[in-house]
Write a protein of this length. Structure first.
Length: 152
């Protein structure tokens, strides 16, 4: 695991193009998938029915795309640590894509790239492209441009 340390939010202004990570791996278990299904009401069989999913297109259950997306927030502190911050705010996302599924019990990791940084109402708004990949996969499972504002 490799966390990029930033001494102050203003230092982000010079970091466009910086590569972040990779993170440590996280296993996407059936329990995690089931908990996400309960929280969101999305109980589609490809996620929660191992017997039926074994006969389906992926040969096993797969994580919800939005579960994989939500784990970007879990990975961000492992990708970048901004010091001397009074508050950090999730501002939004752009360009979310799900190129490949995450089969149950996959270990996933994330890498990042700082795409853009600008001053924003007393803070620094950073767009970080987070790419989440399942171990052994040919394509990423999720690519999302996250937007955060760091206030000194």
């Amino acid at each position: 695991m490799s966390t990029t340390q930033v001494a102050h939010p203003k230092d982000l202004m010079n970091m466009t193009g910086t590569t972040l990570g990779p993170t440590a791996s996280l296993c996407v278990t059936q329990e995690r998938i089931n908990q996400f299904a309960e929280a969101t009401g999305d109980h589609q069989w490809i996620h929660v029915d191992p017997e039926k999913a074994a006969q389906g297109p992926f040969g096993t259950t797969i994580a919800h795309g939005y579960l994989t997306l939500s784990l970007a927030n879990c990975f961000l502190p492992d990708l970048i640590q901004v010091d001397n911050v009074s508050m950090g705010v999730n501002y939004g996302t752009e360009k979310i894509r799900f190129p490949a599924p995450v089969p149950v019990n996959s270990d996933i990791t994330a890498t990042g790239e700082i795409i853009a940084v600008e001053e924003n109402k007393g803070g620094y708004k950073a767009t970080i492209r987070v790419t989440i990949t399942a171990q052994g996969a040919d394509r990423p499972a999720c690519i999302v441009d996250t937007i955060s504002i760091f206030y000194p």
